[in-house]
Design a protein around this ligand. Structure first.
Ligand SMILES: Nc1ncnc2c1ncn2[C@@H]1O[C@H](COP(=O)(O)OP(=O)(O)O)[C@@H](O)[C@H]1O
Ligand SMILES: [Mg+2]
Length: 281
């Protein structure tokens, strides 16, 4: 597998605030990688370093196998970025906004029509951006980020203020982009998003990666001692500990004929993060 992103011992200070501490990780071609962490963990800073909008105090950053600062121009051509700053012209139409961006960046016009079709906005190309719903605007921003068909796409909390329906639409778009070969780096504090979408996730806390891996593998790694019991009365679910006390309870329910099922429990990513850091996402 080809290495698309690698960071080695990257440290970033803002004055005397150490925002990132010896960050080391890598992403392979074709992965959807989720960077999970609470507000202030250092997610946006990491994206800015990877896209050469910021310079680290120390460490090595490679994108497409090349040093980002020595190959800035070439790398920037092959990446797309979706962040929360809009940069759209509110009083121009959907089409005009994309055309403008295409012209500035030497993108063929065919790409504009193709992407409008893909995001399901072919029928709204004449609408002014200020009249779009939040969800449509986000789809348009995503369209702009991938207009030049980047091999690598960065998304900074792409669904943080969207309704569930729009979130699903964005996920679908990201999946098709990924199936067509785009490597995706996204930040989120939504564990469901990470779990559903990502091949690999990293937990970031106070500028440090506390664990990294495939979501399912992480769940198995942190499988805990909780046991879920389902009782007959109104199909109640109860969580008990896998210890002496729990065993007594279970035997008691069994003797009364109340027990329907027993399951061992996989922790959620949220739960794992809490275990590792003592903090919620
Ligand atoms: N431009 C900046 N100047 C000073 N401090 C910053 C700047 N950008 C980020 N920080 C600080 O760096 C830390 C990480 O911030 P950030 O990367 O934005 O976190 P996240 O995106 O995970 O919420 C925070 O403590 C934040 O206050
Ligand atoms: Mg951020």
């Amino acid at each position: 597998m080809k290495n698309i992103i690698s960071m080695k011992n990257v440290t970033k200070y803002f004055k005397d605030n150490r925002a990132l501490k010896n960050l080391t990780f890598s992403i392979e071609e074709g992965e959807i990688f989720g960077f999970l962490g609470p507000s202030g963990a250092g997610k946006t800073t990491t994206i800015k370093l990877l896209t050469s909008q910021l310079i680290p105090n120390s460490g090595e950053i490679r994108v497409f196998g090349k040093d980002v600062y020595l190959n800035k121009k070439e790398i920037v051509k092959n990446i797309g970025i979706l962040s929360d700053t809009s940069g759209m012209y509110d009083r121009l139409s959907v089409l005009d906004n994309l055309m403008l961006f295409a012209n500035i960046n030497d993108v063929p016009k065919e790409n504009v029509l193709e992407i409008l079709d893909r995001i399901g906005m072919k029928d709204t190309i004449k609408r002014e951006v200020r009249k779009l719903s939040k969800g449509m605007k986000q789809r348009l921003m995503l369209a702009r980020a991938v207009l030049h068909k980047p091999k690598l796409l960065f998304l900074d909390e792409p669904t943080s203020s969207l309704d569930p329906g729009t979130t699903l639409e964005i996920h679908k778009l990201l999946r098709t982009l990924n199936e067509d070969g785009t490597t995706i780096f996204l930040t989120t504090h939504n564990m469901f998003e990470a779990e559903k979408l990502c091949h690999k996730v990293a937990f970031l806390n106070e500028g440090e990666i506390v664990d990294i891996g495939n979501p399912q593998a992480l769940k198995l790694k942190y499988i805990n001692d909780d046991i879920k019991v389902i009782l007959k009365d109104d199909k109640r679910e109860i969580i008990v500990k896998n210890n002496q006390e729990g065993a007594l309870k279970i035997r008691n329910w069994m003797e009364k004929g109340q027990l329907i099922a027993i399951h061992s429990m996989e922790p959620s990513l949220e739960r794992i993060f809490l275990t590792l850091t003592g903090r919620e996402l």
